[in-house]
Design a protein around this ligand. Structure first.
Ligand code: SF4
Ligand code: SF4
Ligand code: FES
Length: 852
């Protein structure tokens, strides 16, 4: 339908705008500035501050431009004497009680009150009476501090909490002159998006405790970056003074983070300068890691790796990369192992499952009628997606179907939650499919018989029982799916990181197709999970997923990589690396930015067997402590490069910091290791040292764009500030037969342990942020009260959890929302790593639980 346009004249300038446009928006279109406080383009207008008063011909009195909609023939006077005077008075009133502590206010330099007083305010103050006093420097949370005297009561912060995060924790109290902003009594400001209220606050009433008194904003140099935490890849700007990041603010990106950040991405940047950061290479001498020069460290790496290759062959060396390092570093890492060492033993933990399809469009989550969360909790794992989903819930009444063992934030909305037993995901998806088929609401699609065939041997009741849910709930959920106009299925690591993960993903794909839903889209958890697979940190494929034995690919890559012939034999997958190390088949391991020793005791034990271990990282991690050589990486803000986010958007991050001490960018270190190895191998080794002359990540990217088909045509510079989507690969998994199997509890191991993830944890980087650490929940073992009682467990009782891998003790937290037979622990919370009882990368396993 064509939009009706209306003609308006604003300060003599004609403009034609859609009906419904506000006077404020229309004025902006013709370049007429109207000052505002309470209005914000992302928030519903409320007309509270009276700063935007204008004259409108044929209307009595002055009108608020932010709430008045244009009409055909309207004539608006923004700069008439009456309007100017009214604005001056609005400012005069705001200033009567404003404390004017600009010299010590962090908002100074970007404060609307300062700016508008200069532009529209009175030149002198008439007010000589004592000012009214309210609470100052009043902490609302470890991140946010409130100065009630500075508040202009614009309600922007409150509206953000109502319209986006749906955490209604702030309010205005009392009336008239006495009105003040505060948290609701007894409700702390725990929103994980609280920092956005600091950006929205037009004055210095809400400010950041992390940035407090760190710098005047005009002293900050700002460089565009990308958040290094989760897979959303929010666009940020690092604000730097004296080679230190003082704050992080969002950069607006309509297709990724809009203009918001979660509090972890915004505040948890202390790791960039933490005293525990590695500043110099370390080599092991007489059993102890000691400081060394780069020359010494590189010489030792080259000497040992080359000796092992020469004595035992290239398959005795392996590399473990990361889901966090830049594409350029990871690409060079696999290139080094393949072209210099001669092995495909290159992997990373947290690999995308086969057939994983990436989200097509983040903002479209707000357009869904039903969002299905299959084993994924966006609010804790990918917070910005929580905001996009809530937009649909709050504005369009979208529903949420949460398939999740735990109660998740988004399950508080209309819809349904199915608390299933982890390890039985394929059974749950099968039960839902069966219910859909039985209801006659399944779509008729090609090859759906294969799906029916796969489910023929089990009844809905059996599948529901295996999944630990009631058949009636399954039917209700299937009906919800069938009746939704646009249903979007989201899944993630929690759904697939079980022994039956691949079946679980296939079963979910079958369900989606038969329900006519979009997805399932796999939400990659880390900032560069997608990039790690794209650039080839996998043992069975070359970069871009190209087959190892394809001659044409081999020829092209070997030419660029300076090697006569590339090895076509698949290398060891991450899970096979540990037995290979333990048995001595792999003798040397090069770890880039990963900490397997922390993830699993099995991996830690295997690492002890390594003849030679090189670790390249920011910190002396559990893995680095076991290394023979440790190479210090410069890390975010000190290293340029790209990350690929969960929708396949390749985004550039600039470098603004000088690297700490002697630390160096990851890509540089890998290249130096390669060059040192080439020198040690000598000229007769069939390798060309000229292939290792990259001058910067831009040159590496240029080769990546040639080597990875999905990146074809991309240019480093053309990525610009907002990145480019790489071409989508593959498609939705075709329908296929799945005979649902599941993790079956045994007499010895009667419980299923599920490993949850929370945003605020004690992970290596987040643990450097003291305010965030105040918000980390206590490590505990969630147990259903009816499972706890027979074991004599109560809230707080220490429980011993034993798996086939190991055991640990955790205090019990009774949780009636859990399914029976399931216990839950959250990773990265306690002193003792959950890796003690897990295999690397595992999120569900069988355990026994006893009173300790
Ligand atoms: S604290 Fe800031 S954003 Fe909130 S009402 Fe006061 S001035 Fe407005
Ligand atoms: S949502 Fe993810 S990418 Fe965005 S700021 Fe938070 S952690 Fe960073
Ligand atoms: S901006 Fe219009 S009333 Fe506040």
């Amino acid at each position: 339908m064509e939009q009706e346009l209306v003609n308006v004249v604003i300060d003599g300038r004609p403009v034609r705008v859609p009906a419904g446009t506000t006077v404020l928006e229309a004025a902006r279109q013709v370049g007429v500035d109207i000052p505002t406080f309470c209005n914000h383009p992302k928030l519903t207008p409320i007309g509270a501050c009276r700063m935007c008063l204008v004259e409108v011909e044929k209307m009595r009195g002055l009108q608020t431009a932010c709430t008045t909609q244009v009409r055909e023939g309207m004539v608006v006077l923004v700069n008439s004497p009456a309007a100017r005077e009214a604005r001056e008075w609005a400012l005069r009133f705001l200033l009567t009680h404003h404390p004017l502590d600009c010299p010590v206010c962090d908002k100074g330099g970007e404060c609307s009150l300062q700016d508008q007083t200069v532009a529209h305010g009175p030149a002198e103050s008439w007010f000589i009476e004592p000012k009214r006093h309210k609470k100052k420097a009043y902490p609302l949370s470890p991140f946010i501090i409130l100065d009630q005297e500075r508040c202009v009561l614009c309600r922007r912060c409150i509206r953000f909490c109502e319209e986006y995060s749906d955490h209604r924790q702030l309010g205005l109290f009392e009336r008239g002159r006495e009105t003040f902003l505060d948290v609701f009594p007894g409700i702390p400001f725990t929103s994980k998006f609280s920092g956005n209220t600091v950006d929205l606050c037009p004055v210095g009433a809400l400010t950041s405790r992390v940035f407090r008194f760190q710098a005047r904003v005009w002293e900050l140099a700002e460089v565009p970056g990308v958040c290094n935490y989760c897979g959303v890849g929010c666009n940020i700007a690092w604000g730097v003074k004296n080679n230190r990041v003082r704050r992080i603010v969002p950069r607006e990106h309509a297709a990724v983070n809009d203009q918001w950040l979660c509090d972890k991405g915004r505040f948890a940047h202390a790791f960039l300068h933490d005293a525990r950061r590695l500043r110099t290479p370390l080599v092991r001498r007489n059993g102890k890691l000691e400081e060394a020069t780069w020359e010494e460290a590189l010489a030792q790496v080259a000497e040992r790796l080359v000796a092992i290759v020469q004595e035992h062959g290239p398959q005795a060396v392996a590399g473990l990369g990361s889901t966090r390092t830049t594409n350029e570093a990871s690409y060079l890492f696999q290139r080094f192992l393949r072209a210099v060492v001669g092995t495909n033993n290159v992997a990373h933990l947290g690999r995308l499952p086969q057939g994983a399809v990436l989200l097509e469009d983040i903002p479209s989550l707000a357009q869904a009628d039903l969002v299905v969360l299959a084993g994924v909790d966006p609010s804790e794992e990918l917070p910005l997606l929580d905001l996009w989903i809530k937009r649909g819930v709050l504005r369009r009444g979208a529903k949420v179907l949460a398939l999740h063992p735990q109660r998740v934030e988004l399950s508080r909305y209309n819809g349904l939650r199915l608390a299933y037993r982890p390890g039985a995901e394929a059974a749950l998806a099968g039960a839902l499919t069966k219910a859909l088929l039985e209801s006659g609401k399944a779509r008729k699609v090609a090859h759906s018989e294969a799906v029916e065939e796969g489910l023929r041997g089990s009844s809905l009741a059996q599948l529901a029982e295996a999944a630990g849910v009631a058949p009636a709930q399954v039917r209700e959920a299937a009906a919800l799916l069938a009746s939704a106009g646009k249903a979007v299925l989201l899944t993630g690591e929690g759904w697939v990181a079980t022994p039956y993960g691949q079946d679980a993903l296939q079963a979910l794909a079958n369900l989606a197709r038969l329900a006519g839903a979009e997805g399932p889209f796999y939400l990659a958890p880390d900032n560069n999970t997608v990039g790690a697979t794209d650039v080839g940190l996998v043992p069975d494929r070359f970069p871009g997923g190209q087959p190892l034995d394809d001659r044409r690919v081999q020829d092209r890559l070997s030419k660029w990589w300076g090697v006569r012939k590339l090895n076509a034999a698949p290398g060891l997958a991450a899970q096979d690396l540990w037995p290979a190390l333990a048995e001595g088949r792999v003798k040397a391991l090069y770890v880039l930015g990963a900490d397997p020793a922390d993830e699993s005791a099995l991996a830690a034990q295997a690492l002890e067997q390594a003849e030679f271990l090189v670790v390249q990282d920011l910190f002396l991690t559990e893995t680095a402590k076991r290394a023979h050589v440790v190479l210090p990486a410069a890390g975010p803000a000190a290293e340029e490069g790209t990350y690929t986010n969960l929708e396949g958007r390749v985004q550039h991050l600039g470098a603004i910091l000088r690297p700490l001490g002697a630390s160096r960018p990851d890509w540089w270190i890998v290249q130096e290791v390669a060059r040192a190895c080439l020198a040690a191998l000598g000229p007769g080794a069939g390798r060309d040292a000229a292939a290792w002359q990259f001058k910067g990540p831009g040159e590496v990217f240029a080769e990546m764009a040639k080597a990875i088909p999905a990146y074809a045509g991309m240019h480093y510079v053309a990525l610009g500030s907002y990145g480019l989507r790489r071409q989508a690969e593959g498609g939705l998994l075709p329908l296929a037969r799945v005979a649902p199997s599941w993790l079956q509890p045994t007499e010895d191991y009667p419980f299923v342990l599920w490993v949850g993830r929370v945003l605020y944890d004690r992970g290596t980087l987040a643990s450097c942020c003291a305010p965030l650490q105040e918000l980390v929940p206590e490590a505990a073992l969630g147990v259903h009260p009816e499972d706890a009682a027979p074991l004599g467990l109560r809230d707080g009782t220490p429980a011993r959890v034993r798996s086939q891998v190991g055991e640990m003790v955790l205090p019990v937290r009774l949780d009636p929302d859990l399914p029976r037979g399931v216990v839950v622990a959250v990773r990265n919370l306690g002193e003792v790593s959950l890796g003690t009882i897990l295999r690397p990368g595992e999120r569900a396993t069988l355990v026994q639980v006893q009173k300790a």
